[in-house]
Each structure stands twice: as C-alpha cells, then as structure tokens.
Write a new protein. Structure first.
Length: 100
C-alpha cells in the first residue's frame, strides 16, 4: 500500500513519461494484461491511455488492472492512468520512506 507521499512522488515521475500502451474496444484482454505485466516488471511505473472508442471508465479500469496485476494504482487523469509495481528482479525506483 502506497502512502500519500509515495503516491505524490510517483505522480511526479509519471508526469514526464509518455503512455506506453493503449486500451481499445476490447478492454482488458489477456494479451493486454500480459503486455502490461511485462512492462511493469521492466519499468515499474507505467502510463496507459484508454481510447475514446473503448467507452471504459478510466478509474475503474485502472483499479481493475491494478488488482489483476497485483500493482498499485497511482492516478487517473482524463483517459490516462498510471500503475506502479516494484520489479522483482531489477528494482529501480526508490520510494520515499514512510515516517514512523
């Protein structure tokens, strides 16, 4: 579970990133989820665009994808959303530590 400070940090990183994949009319397909899973493992932070023709709610789709991929929902703005999941093999993003 991300803290507010960690989520804010990830939002800042995601702001500079371009979306790497798109969701179309088919929605969250198995092949799309496999592709997103690989992207999360290699990049840790992924921005996704939902095409207008998909007619999906951005926040609901982001939360569903996060749950299926065991990732963290970071944010959804307009038709884009951001997910984070620490890489098992090559962690690159150092999150701020929560205060005790």
């Amino acid at each position: 579970m991300l803290t507010g400070k960690q989520r804010s940090f990830l939002r800042g990183l995601a702001n500079k990133e371009k979306p790497i994949t798109q969701i179309g009319k088919a929605g969250l397909t198995v092949s799309f989820l496999e592709q997103l899973d690989l992207a999360l493992e290699s990049r840790e932070l992924v921005k996704v665009t939902i095409l207008e023709t998909a007619l999906l709610d951005t926040k609901d789709t982001a939360n569903e994808a996060a749950e299926l991929l065991k990732a963290e929902y970071v944010q959804a703005i307009g038709n884009k959303f951001v997910l984070f999941r620490r890489s098992k093999n090559n962690p690159r993003i150092e999150l701020p530590r929560p205060k005790k």
